[in-house]
Design a protein around this ligand. Sequence first.
Ligand code: MG
Ligand code: ZN
Length: 391
Amino acid sequence: MKKHFVILALASVMAIPAWGQRNFQASTDTFEESATAGQWLDAPGAQAALPAGKKAKNVIVIIGDGMGTAQVYASVVAQRGLSNFLRFPFSGFSRTFSNNRYTTDSGAGGTAIVTGHKTDNNHIGVLADGTPVKSILSMAHEWGLSTGFVVTSSVLDATPASTYAHVPYRKMFDTISLHMSQCGFDVMIGGGLSNFRPENRKDGLNPLDTLLKNGYEITYSLEEMKKSRSDKLVTFFCENYYGPVAPGRDPVLVEGTKKALDILAKNPKGFVMMIEGSQIDWGCHNNDAAYMEAELADFEKMLKAVLDFAEKDGNTLVVVTADHETGGLVLKGGDIEKGRNECKYITDGHSGVMVPVFAYGPGAETFSGIQNNIDLMPKMLKAMGRKSTIK
Ligand code: MG
Ligand code: ZN
């Protein structure tokens, strides 16, 4: 079995220019069937070459909050080599500094990734001087594509908010929730219900009513979300923030992603979607390696669902990156066979190191090398065959 796998893997590398999506998928299928723990460690990496000039109909941008290179390798080891990160044919690095800080926060980091603009820390969807800037999701919505996001934090948290809100301070939840209720995205899934309740707001407004008036079905649990037949869906899984995935959080990341893909993929024009593994950051802030690894394992399941979709679809660009690294994580040692990492954190905050970028699908090759975080969004536009208006 092992020999079979090696031959297939080599064949896929040697045939880069000629091998298309379908051949890649065929080899991957066999690969998965025959691979046992540890085998993927020796894999040369998936080498899916797509026909030059093919446009991306769909774009899925995935943000692992706080997910630096060490976090990714911790996941590769924890999965004993059977990591979905190894399925990406192209990878590079992203420089994460913000407009006013060597080390970014998630507001400026998220804004840079989805709008293509540097801004000051704590800002969301605005330049340092307060000028609003549009995200690739907002643009796609205006072009008639479907749009949505799935997160494991509140829907109002900095990372998702940078896709639809425009505020100078990330904790302006009353304003952010109003912006969300009016953004027009098709699917929005996460926590954060309490800020939508009029009794919890200073302005007394009711953005839940606005969402209903704007045609959304609002669901409040995983079961309700799965049962929904609506093509405009908001799901609140909790009042504020979810707990960690271990123990006990529902599989909201992977199930929310699958539900969103079901809805968004119906649009013949395509879709743009953002998915965030929000709590990798929180585990690292806590210097809690078990928390971090559980969130990464959850992230892996979501990645599998996304890559399986993209492989089947053939027209979907998938870009995975982080807004910044958290914890200054060092992997001092470990055991690859047992899937064990020896983690040491040097800070309970963010660090300024470059973070990895992984890409799959049409245009994926443009994400190689060292790039700035604000380069990612124009590259996504280019992959879609759209002109970037970013200076
Ligand atoms: Mg975040
Ligand atoms: Zn953080």
